[in-house]
Design a protein around this ligand. Structure first.
Ligand code: NAD
Length: 332
């Protein structure tokens, strides 16, 4: 088991980097870690893995990536928070090339299992119009009206996984991640998501003494956020399960964005004057994960408290911020 070749696509990214680390901690040594970014931009780089810089949109790159592979985890995508996906719909949809070519290469390599990282953005927008949410069940993805661009790509790729399983016998598994956060992820530059962006803004306000914060939208929009350790546990459980349909992988601890700002202010120990940018991208009004199915199938669901995860995330962003501040490159 320890000798099987495991491929992690998107290993230079947030979740992919953590996944490689977790596989190594579990004793795997035959790991191929691939990302399009230059190595110095990978969030985590492990010398124990075979690290490769490659653009997985191309079929031949995917064939090389999957050679002798027995398990393939596809965490590669051109993505970011709402600010990025609302303005880069074509780019987001081009990630369909990565998953499609990886699936083809996986079949050609006779791989055993294939994991696809889908998203809560596949859910029908009509089910997410109120902040007073009813948590999303897996069946709520249809009839289809996902997030434009990014969500359509995810829904289509989920379906590709299903048909590759049905038609070619590749054991595909799909998880719909709901907002994953934690250390070693994007925290500035335009692709960051709300938890990291709020940590950075609060830390910046504390460091500069300018005790103000801009919040995207009215801050009443509701979300749940899953800490990376829960995400890794869920990926492993889903990948090695018999669950054939896409499954929610998210926390069901609901918060408003204003509530998340309160929490980070409390962790950092400051109180800020708030302004709300009502023209900024803010996504759907409300979204939560219904964890009935994952609980039923796996006897487990993500449970790390938001406050605990945010304290660790904030501590890591503080270190990064202070390093960059020393080089005077921190964006406000
Ligand atoms: P990330 O942006 O940190 O990582 C994705 C990685 O894929 C990046 O390092 C990027 O360079 C790489 N990549 C992009 N195009 C590539 C290509 N052509 N060839 C090779 N590598 C390429 O994102 P993440 O948060 O780690 O997300 C991982 C996966 O989980 C993605 O599929 C994402 O859509 C999905 N997801 C994430 C979240 C979340 O909250 N983080 C939520 C839902 C779904």
């Amino acid at each position: 088991m320890k000798a099987k070749m495991i491929v992690v696509a998107g290993a230079g990214g947030f979740i992919g980097g953590h996944l490689v680390g977790e596989l190594i901690r579990k004793g795997h040594r035959n790991i191929r870690a691939i990302d399009i970014k230059p190595f110095e931009e990978w969030y985590q780089l492990f010398p124990e893995a075979q690290n490769i810089k490659s653009d997985l949109k191309g079929k031949s790159a995917c064939v090389r990536a999957c050679r002798d592979a027995s398990e393939i985890y596809n965490l590669a995508a051109d993505m970011g928070g709402m600010g990025f996906i609302e303005k880069n719909k074509a780019l987001c949809m081009l990630s369909v090339l990565i998953n499609t070519h990886l699936l083809q290469a996986a079949v050609e390599a006779n791989a055993e299992r294939f994991f696809y990282a889908s998203s809560a953005c596949v859910y029908n927008a009509d089910k997410q119009v109120s902040e007073d949410v009813v948590a999303l069940r897996e069946e709520d993805a249809y009839p289809a009206m996902p997030e434009d661009g990014y969500g359509w790509e995810k829904l289509f790729s989920e379906r590709m996984c299903r048909h590759f399983r049905e038609d070619y016998g590749l054991e595909t598994r799909v998880a719909r991640f709901h907002n994953v956060y934690g250390p070693h992820g994007t925290w500035d530059g335009g692709r960051e998501k709300a938890p990291a962006a709020i940590c950075r803004k609060v830390l910046h306000a504390e460091a500069t003494g300018n005790h103000e914060i801009e919040i995207w939208g009215d801050g009443k929009q509701t979300r749940s956020f899953m800490y990376i350790d829960d995400c890794l546990k869920g990926i492993d459980a889903i990948m090695h399960s018999d669950i054939l349909e896409p499954l929610n992988l998210g926390s069901n601890e609901l918060t408003t964005i204003n509530g998340l700002v309160d929490m980070v202010e409390d962790i950092v120990g400051v109180k800020l004057k708030r302004s709300h940018n009502l023209d900024a991208p803010k996504g759907v009004n409300g979204r939560n994960s219904d964890n009935t199915l994952i609980q039923e199938y796996l006897g487990w669901a993500p449970g790390i408290r938001l406050r605990d995860g945010m304290a660790k995330t904030c501590a890591w962003i503080r270190e990064e911020y202070e390093q960059r501040q020393a080089a005077s490159t921190v964006a406000n």
